[in-house]
Write a protein that binds this ligand. Structure first.
Ligand code: TRP
Ligand code: SF4
Length: 400
């Protein structure tokens, strides 16, 4: 019933690396041309774990935004903003907290996992427990239909759906809702109204999902009614409630196949990354120093690509021809490891060069980045304020 909208956020972890690019950012770049997209820096989420060192967050925010832009996230297509610059997220978080059972938050897997993983920090805080609910507020305030996230975040999206459902159930009541819905149905015209009511019955009485989808599609196409009537008609289809907050879907981001320099997952904490703004000499050096199949001690020893982290990079960057050459050359010792690494070095440099160039203009003129973010915050805030008007009204908080 609400238009398609993609939303995703990232905690400001500072400079991004090729793992982020091949996992998340390439996907964002693709999505921005397919849907209206909102991408934001989750700086409040960073505070849930870094409340003792807030000073590092600001630099990380700007470095990360520059990396987004470098990677091709395009502010003329997508809306880029910073969570804390849209304070309505906090208001919605607070209001949702009133009706969210503690058990929902305690049973989210990341809660205990992260507390154990980050055991050097005291995460038995109110803010950290609320992490997923703040995320729900981030999503629901834009009525996002799709949320690209990694697998670990899927439970957060599931919880967000429950939070939305509960909110609509509690506050979607409206005096005389049924009458108003029927009034609205009349505005569809006779034929459409009959079909609408028939489809509603089929869904309500027989649980016919096809009928629900057909009715939703019909309403989606129908331009001749007000937003309020439209919400009523969508809500009435599924029961007697108005839909104030939309249930989002997780759009699972495939895990990055980009290995780190040591063959483990690429991650800052393993110190095995290639940064998006790495210079050519460093890229070359880092790849040249990569460990290879340990059985290739001498140039004349044959190797096995399956036991070599460099091979995993061929899987990311090389076509079949190149892979055949590397694999055969390795197994027969007809090429050396540096020969094998050279096409990877070339491919990474080819990939990073345009990113570094794009980043440079923003590094030279930080006002450009600030402007991108100011524009984005303003646009995001308009959406957020619209939702909050409906939320306050539904909860009886629109005193005037
Ligand atoms: N929790 C997410 C992560 O760690 C970041 C995030 C915060 C987010 N709010 C969000 C992602 C809203 C998607 C939608 O990756
Ligand atoms: Fe690895 Fe290539 Fe050396 Fe074989 S030749 S061990 S695949 S770097």
């Amino acid at each position: 019933m609400f238009p398609e909208r993609v939303l995703s956020g990232m905690r400001p972890t500072g400079s991004l690396h090729l793992g982020h690019y091949h996992g998340v950012l390439k996907n964002w770049v693709k999505l921005q041309s397919e849907f209206p997209c909102l991408f934001f820096v989750a700086d409040w989420h960073a505070l849930t774990t870094h409340y003792e060192t807030p000073d590092v967050i600001e630099k990380n925010v700007w470095d990360m935004v520059i990396d987004w832009l470098a990677a091709g996230v395009d502010p003329s297509q997508a809306t880029l903003f910073i969570q804390s610059r849209v304070p309505e997220h906090a208001e919605l978080h607070l209001l949702l907290s009133m009706s969210t059972p503690l058990g929902w938050l305690e049973r989210v897997p990341t809660y205990k996992d992260q507390q154990e993983k980050l055991s050097d920090k005291d995460l038995s805080t109110y803010g950290f427990l609320g992490y997923p609910l703040l995320q729900s507020a981030d999503i629901l305030i834009y009525r996002a239909s799709q949320v690209p996230v990694g697998e670990d975040q899927v439970p957060h999206i599931e919880m967000t759906r429950e939070v939305a459902r509960r909110f609509n159930h509690l506050y979607g009541r409206e005096v005389g809702f049924e009458e108003k819905a029927l009034e609205a149905a009349k505005k569809l015209g006779n034929k459409r109204m009959k079909l609408y009511l028939e489809l509603r019955d089929r869904y309500q009485e027989q649980g016919d999902d096809e009928a629900l989808m057909q009715a939703q599609a019909m309403l989606g196409d129908w331009q001749g009614i007000s937003l309020g009537d439209r919400e009523r008609l969508f809500g009435y289809l599924e029961g007697g409630r108005k839909i104030i907050l939309a249930e989002p879907k997780a759009l699972l981001t495939e895990a990055s196949k980009m290995p780190g320099l040591d063959g483990q997952k690429m991650s800052k904490s393993y110190n095995n990354t290639i940064a998006l703004r790495e210079d050519d000499a460093t890229v070359t050096q880092k790849i040249r120093r990569m460990p290879t199949d340990p059985s290739r001690v001498r140039r004349t020893d044959a190797g096995d690509p399956a036991r070599c982290p460099v091979w995993q990079l061929h899987e990311v960057y090389s076509d079949e021809n190149l892979k055949d050459w590397a694999s055969a050359g390795c197994k027969s010792a007809s090429i050396g490891c540096l020969d094998c690494k050279q096409p990877i070095i070339d491919a990474v440099i080819r990939e990073l060069t345009p990113m570094r160039e794009r980043a440079q203009q923003y590094i030279d003129d930080p006002a450009l980045v600030k402007n991108v973010i100011s524009d984005g915050c303003e646009r995001a805030r308009e959406f957020a304020q619209e939702t909050m008007r409906d939320v306050r009204e539904a909860m009886g908080l629109n005193y005037s």
